[in-house]
Design a binder for this molecule. Structure first.
Ligand SMILES: [Zn+2]
Length: 298
């Protein structure tokens, strides 16, 4: 075994240990792979907890997924990894996990495509959701194929997330960034919504990419229709045009607040608070629903 192979095996074991320690995976979930050379890949085995692997448990396969060496069987998600290597000659490692906040967004069908954190904009860019595919079938590689040319990380609808990078730990760190971003987005939304970074500021941040490390693999789309349907070639990022402001309140939040006072049919005694939120007791909510149903019938 070469020193390089030894190092890659050690990195995969370490990435698996961190994924499990941070609860990005449970039980035998998740998988990691890396290129060994232009003929061989090394991958985690199936049905093993990735938090407690040893270097000898890993499996060597070719780029068609045929096992070449190792006592165990390769991961059932190997076809998704192979699809990524086929589409991205620059990628040397792939990590797949189910981190709970990011997976929550994937389950709710909410992509992480808002411009809110400078380091995410400068590195991953936008994080879309690949369509749902039955795990271990060809549906998942096909769904991932759509976004992989323009993105180093994506959510997988009702499943988890996948990231790729120049080496094993690079791909792992992108998984950490996605989960951290998802957690911050969730907290910001619970607190009333994000302020978005303006388009102009996003362009400035992209100019600073070298400072933050590996940049996203594709530029931003000037217009979402440029992205393409079969295979996406640029990144769609929600960043409002605002030459005068670097931070812009979320439009949907502003809309909710603007609409608030116009709700005329609030039951007696129900008032809107100053922050535009309406607080109802259970009885008031029931009365409101009954009223809405009555209006619909009329
Ligand atoms: Zn999975």
């Amino acid at each position: 075994m070469t020193r390089i192979e030894e190092q890659i095996r050690a990195d995969i074991v370490e990435a698996g240990r961190r994924l499990y320690a941070r609860a990005y995976i449970a039980s035998s979930d998740g998988n990691i792979s890396a290129r060994l050379d232009d003929r061989r890949l090394i991958t985690t085995p199936k049905s093993v907890c990735k938090g407690f692997m040893t270097p000898d448990m890993l499996v060597i396969v070719d780029y068609n997924g045929n096992k070449l060496a190792g006592e165990r069987d390769p991961s059932t998600e190997l076809p998704m990894h192979l699809e990524i290597y086929r589409n991205r000659p620059d990628v040397n490692a792939v990590v797949h996990a189910h981190p709970p906040n990011a997976t929550g967004f994937a389950v709710a069908g909410i992509p992480l495509t808002r411009a809110v954190l400078a380091e995410v904009i400068a590195t991953l860019g936008s994080i879309p959701i690949a369509a749902y595919g039955t795990p271990s079938t060809s549906e998942l590689p096909e769904a991932v194929r759509k976004y992989i040319k323009a993105h180093d990380g994506m959510l997988l609808a009702n499943h988890g997330a996948v990231t790729c990078g120049r080496d094993v730990l690079g791909a792992y760190y992108k998984m950490e960034t996605i989960e951290h971003f998802a957690k911050i987005s969730l907290v910001a939304r619970l607190l009333g919504g994000e302020h978005l970074i303006s388009r102009e500021e996003v362009e400035r941040l992209q100019g600073l990419r070298g400072i933050y490390g590996t940049p996203a693999p594709a530029p931003l789309c000037g217009d979402p229709s440029e992205a393409g349907t079969d295979q996406v070639v640029c990144q769609v990022l929600e960043a409002p045009e605002s030459p005068a402001q670097r931070l812009v309140p979320d439009v949907s939040l502003a809309l909710r607040q603007a609409r608030g006072p116009q709700r005329a049919s609030l039951p007696d005694g129900v008032e809107e608070s100053r922050d535009g939120e309406i607080r109802l007791t259970y009885g008031e909510l029931t009365a409101l629903i009954a009223d809405a149903v009555k209006t619909l019938k009329e």
